[in-house]
Design a protein around this ligand. Structure first.
Ligand SMILES: Cc1cc2nc3c(=O)[nH]c(=O)nc-3n(C[C@H](O)[C@H](O)[C@H](O)COP(=O)(O)OP(=O)(O)OC[C@H]3O[C@@H](n4cnc5c(N)ncnc54)[C@H](O)[C@@H]3O)c2cc1C
Length: 434
């Protein structure tokens, strides 16, 4: 992996002019699902006359934020079993990115970072969503009937069929479960690192063949203000998750609520026959079990609304209160979870967008107005001068909420197109929610 200490940024004379011979430099802030996806899609626009250079900034490295701490569950349905807004597009694009990451993961150079590729990047075991109340069961049935005409194979299962699928499952008499057989769970850290490796391999190949100058560079660097980057890039894309709210330019401007989540990494006790059946799907009932092998699973996640603690570190106090809550919520459905041992913890901060009639939609669009307004407040009286000396364009891709994976691929692609063509109309206008 190419990591470099931050160096003084060099102002390019042709910045902003789309001259055919000029390298197009883009800064992507944040190496989570949003940022790495945008980086990959920007690189796909490299050409021999206008090679693309992407600099990816993250103070914690790739997957250091909410993305790396997530359960990695990926499917296109809402809790009622209804297809999410743009769920089909999101699903197809996420599968394409997963395939890109899996190809890089199997590359010989991946062994330097990941060791022998004996552990998969993703598990294709499906999801079983359990109805906790009668009204959920009614919703499941209604939406399964609607989906019967499309290609999805979602199905409603009664107790006996659900128990056959997941040995050890408890489901009340008359209870129902929604089976989503095509659902996937990725190992989020490994997935993101492999996707970034794909960016590096792609840029190296392009640079060595017909697009010299193509580059993908990771900068382990904290960005405290967008002003630091002004003038040095053709465009800056802010993908900082919940911490985008802390940038001075965006402070109090975004309709986001933060929500910290803690996840327990559990392991079946040594010698125990109490393992998770190798073919059984992940479980979802508000709380979830994301299964990473017969003896390893993630149990998540807590919801601490309003917290701005983005640290991946979980202290003893937070761990014991999270464990008590997660076991209390999951044991009625999967009682043997009480015997599993805690191997570790992971945590991150979700950026929850407002609810709309279409669901909770991400925040995407050009933020030039917000940035210019903020900078002109600081340099009051010099506004016109600033406008003339910088042509950097500023973009936001955030608010991925609790379902970052379903949106990261297709929106990463659209954001990259909007950035490259400097055309905000390529983005769904309904996502500009500020
Ligand atoms: C506990 C938990 C479980 C989840 N489970 C799932 C799941 O199963 N499936 C699913 O689809 N979604 C899940 N989510 C939601 C998903 O993780 C988020 O939607 C997604 O991670 C958001 O991605 P992002 O790239 O916008 O933000 P992040 O992943 O938070 O990326 C932002 C990056 O920016 C960096 N950064 C922040 N500030 C700065 C700065 N000033 N300078 C430099 N770098 C900075 C951070 O280090 C971080 O790496 C879960 C979330 C949590 C918290």
């Amino acid at each position: 992996m190419v990591t470099t200490a931050v160096r003084p940024l060099v102002t390019c004379a042709s910045m902003g002019d789309l001259q055919p011979w000029g390298v197009r430099r883009f800064a992507v802030l944040g190496a989570g699902f949003a940022g790495v996806s945008v980086a990959w899609h920007l690189l796909q626009h490299t050409t021999s006359s206008a090679p693309v250079c992407v600099e990816l900034f993250d103070e914690l490295g790739v997957g250091g934020g909410a993305s790396g701490a997530s359960g990695g569950l990926l499917h296109p349905y809402n809790p009622k079993g209804k297809l999410l807004w743009k769920g089909a597009e999101g699903w197809n694009a996420a599968l394409r990115l997963l395939s890109v990451a899996e190809t890089a993961y199997s590359d010989a150079s991946a062994a330097d970072q990941f060791g022998p590729a004996t552990v998969p990047l993703a598990w294709r075991r499906g999801i079983l969503r359990l109805a906790k109340e009668q009204k959920h069961a009614i919703d499941f049935q209604k939406n399964v009937n609607i989906a019967a005409s499309d290609e999805s194979r979602i199905a409603c299962l009664g107790g006996p069929a659900a128990r056959e699928l997941v040995p050890g499952l408890e489901i009340p008499a008359g209870g129902l479960a929604l089976h989503i057989p095509q659902a996937i769970n990725v190992h989020p850290q490994r997935y993101l690192k492999a996707l970034w490796l794909a960016c590096e391999l792609f840029s190296r190949n392009a640079s060595n063949s017909d697009c010299p100058g193509t580059q993908a560079v990771l900068r382990n660097h904290r960005v405290d203000s967008l002003r630091e980057l002004k003038g040095n890039y053709e465009a800056v894309i802010v993908c900082l998750g919940a911490q985008a709210m802390l940038l001075p330019e965006l402070l109090d401007k975004l309709p986001l609520t933060s929500c910290r989540g803690v996840v327990a990494q559990l392991q079946a006790p040594q010698g125990s026959r109490n393992v998770f059946c190798s073919k059984a799907p992940n479980l979802l009932f508000g709380t979830w079990l994301a299964v990473q092998g017969e003896r390893d699973l993630l149990l998540g996640a807590t919801k601490d609304w309003g917290s701005m603690n983005a640290s991946p570190h979980v202290d003893n106090r937070e761990a014991s209160s999270a464990l008590e809550k997660l076991i209390r919520e999951s044991a009625p459905f999967y009682p043997s979870i009480k015997e599993w041992e805690v191997k570790g913890w992971q945590a991150g901060l979700r950026a929850i967008p407002p609810r709309s009639a279409l669901g909770s939609l991400p925040l995407v669009g050009c933020i030039d107005e917000l940035v210019r307004r903020s900078h002109s407040e600081v340099y009051s009286g010099q506004t016109s001068n600033i406008k003339q000396t910088t042509s950097t364009k500023w973009w936001l891709f955030g608010g991925l909420g609790s379902r970052g994976l379903i949106h990261h691929g297709w929106l990463g692609d659209l954001v990259a197109k909007a950035v490259v063509y400097r055309d905000e109309s390529l983005l769904p206008q309904t996502l500009k929610q500020w």
